[in-house]
Design a protein around this ligand. Sequence first.
Ligand SMILES: [Zn+2]
Length: 181
Amino acid sequence: MRRILPAIIPFALSTLVLSPGLMAQTLRQSAPHVHGITHVTIALENQDLQVELEAPGINVVGFEHPPGDAQQQAQLKAALALLGKPQDWMQPADAAQCRLADAQVTPHGYDTTQTEGGHEHADVDARYDYRCAAPDALAHIDIHLAERFPATHQLVVDLVLPQREDRQVLEAGSYRVRLAP
Ligand SMILES: [Zn+2]
């Protein structure tokens, strides 16, 4: 499926002041790494709905380094598995008849072969592609991420819709992203 989201990245980058040391991380990741905050970008174009997630590892895995023992190994595996099954925690409005076409979960900083000296953080990115038969009926998307991952205190949601762009912040306890004005 064609990618919708990269078109917004230059806008996000232009709002940041870049220093050379931050460049590598910033280019990979458009949102700042703040523990407790997970960034979600929702883009709708025709029938294609794309949801991208950028989560500090602490929010979803519980630690930010390569697993040190079997328990951490299992913890990482369970987190990635849950993120790979968005039907368990994310529901586009039924009326829009969205079907999940693809889910990709990408951990950064959890592979020992990637570890560099001084690397202090780790993240998990995810991307979900849906095809919606009735996109005009997509009034909301419920994202129960904070319930499944209690270290997530806030979801910062950027909407890129055909008619407008918007940002909504969901505090713990709220889960509904409203796409209709
Ligand atoms: Zn961190």
